[in-house]
Design a binder for this molecule. Structure first.
Ligand code: ADP
Length: 455
């Protein structure tokens, strides 16, 4: 038995431990913090040793390999210690890939990963092609392989740039890079380094594999060509573009691959906004290319029904309900960066009362200013970190401050006119007042609920 050290006892580390134990490895999980109780129980049930609240890395030289959770950066002292001891250090995706019997569709990008990953899974399953969704969506890639009894036709894997930093084995049959925005600069340093990490998704691909990219992003296209990848590039876009394999023209969606030519003449998805139209173009292209590899042809009516039945994802521009004054409430708590908030402001053609605030990761609010001037009736800043918002938006829109979500919703209601939208799209991380973005979105839903007349 080979000895495997797993750094991090979260979803990724636990999944890796379960998979490793099935494949002749003796895993040990080690964590600098307390491992959450449900994961600890899982490890105990499988007889996997673990260590919590560890100060120093356990005997670096004694391991045959180590797997690093995505929360641990490559410059972490433990990673250095292992590398210096000659221990191969892998990420979860690389460790698990050789054990995956299913072809992988991998999704990355700055925004829209979860929506697009779930949409791809939804379309494939709706069309009778069994797909398992895994990765950053909350069910780790390694765990999904470890726990299944029957391999799916495709595994659809949401990957973060943190996971992609370590890549040298993982080889998706179809890789999709949705977009890139200057998020996470605190960890990656520059946009170029961040883009490079995302592009690693294509690194191991062969000419028979497909890369899906936005047709209208020169930086992504240039970087893709500079890296000299082997896979066949395929493009999507919001509107017709000479290179696009998948694009919208009014309400029609056109998709073509080397095997299929599809048009859905009148598509009305439930998920709103131009950004979701992009996600749909990208996701549909991924499913058509996946179908090509197994000799399946889509029927446009069935594809249309599959896309239209996708309900969207909680906390991503999620419709919460409407009150007696015809005000619609939308929960976009997952908008933790400026780009996501831009998409939210663009998604409505009615005045918006906009709830913002939280922990600012070095945001540049300039791109939001013209949109706020056009779309926003009133801004409510929630939480203690107000100064950057006030600096950027004073004189552009009226501003009110709130200390709690209830107060923010109440103040937003006072400012709103009948028929407006009240939108939580904070452009910041949630850790000032909340445990995570789900907690913040739930607080919004909870505060809004007493006012709703529908649904
Ligand atoms: P991720 O998994 O990449 O964080 P999500 O699907 O969870 O992406 O969406 C996160 C936020 O980004 C939401 O506020 C959503 O409305 C917004 N968003 C979704 N798709 C896009 C896109 N293609 N471009 C920009 N923003 C997007």
């Amino acid at each position: 038995m080979k000895r495997l050290l797993i750094l991090g006892g979260g979803e990724s580390g636990t999944g890796t431990a379960l998979l490793a134990a099935q494949h002749q490895w003796a895993p040990t999980v080690t964590d600098q913090h307390t491992i959450p109780a449900p994961r600890r129980t899982l490890l105990q049930q499988h007889g996997i040793p673990y260590q919590e609240n560890v100060q120093d890395i356990p005997a670096p030289t004694t391991w045959d390999a180590a797997v690093v959770s995505p929360g641990i950066p490559p410059n972490h002292p433990w990673v250095h210690a292992l590398q210096q001891a000659g221990v191969p250090v892998l990420g979860e995706l690389d460790f698990a890939f050789p054990y995956d019997p299913a072809p992988v569709i991998a999704v990355t990008g700055s925004n829209g990963k979860t929506t697009t990953t779930l949409l791809i899974g939804h379309i494939l399953n709706a069309l009778g092609i069994p797909a398992q969704v895994a990765g950053n969506v909350g069910y780790s890639y390694a765990r999904s392989i470890a726990e299944e009894t029957q391999p799916p036709a495709f595994r659809v894997v949401e990957t973060s740039s943190f996971q992609l930093e370590y890549l040298s084995i993982f080889k998706p049959r179809i890789g999709l890079l949705l977009n890139i925005s200057p998020d996470h600069l605190d960890r990656h340093g520059t946009t170029e380094a961040y883009l490079d990490a995302k592009l690693n998704i294509f690194q191991q691909q062969q000419p028979t594999d497909a890369a899906i990219l936005p047709a209208d992003s020169p930086p992504i296209r240039t970087a893709f060509h500079r890296r000299g990848f082997h896979s066949a590039p395929h493009f999507f876009s919001l509107s017709p573009h000479p290179d696009s394999h998948s694009y919208w023209q009014d309400h029609a969606l056109h998709i073509h691959t080397s095997h299929q030519m599809l048009t859905i003449p009148d598509l009305h998805p439930r998920i709103q906004g131009p950004h979701n139209r992009r996600n749909i173009a990208a996701a549909t292209l991924a499913t058509a290319l996946a179908a090509d590899t197994i000799g399946r042809r889509f029927i446009p009516d069935q594809l249309q029904a599959a896309i239209q039945s996708f309900p969207g994802v909680p906390h991503r521009l999620e419709y919460v309900g409407t009150d007696a004054r015809g005000i619609d409430y939308y929960n976009d708590s997952k908008a933790t960066n400026v780009d996501a908030a831009i998409q939210a402001l663009r998604a409505f053609d009615r005045p918006i009362v906009w709830i913002v605030g939280g922990i600012d990761k070095g945001n540049d609010y300039a791109p939001l200013i013209p949109l706020a001037g056009q779309h926003v009736r009133h801004m409510v800043i929630l939480g203690p970190y107000r100064t950057p918002w006030e600096k950027a938006f004073t004189g552009i829109v009226p501003i009110t401050r709130a200390d709690t979500m209830e107060e923010a919703v109440a103040k937003a209601r006072t400012a709103a006119h009948p028929g407006d939208v009240i939108l939580l799209s904070p452009a910041c991380a949630s850790f000032d007042l909340f445990r995570n973005f789900e907690h913040r979105g739930d607080a919004f839903r909870h505060s809004v609920r007493p006012y709703l007349t529908t649904p």
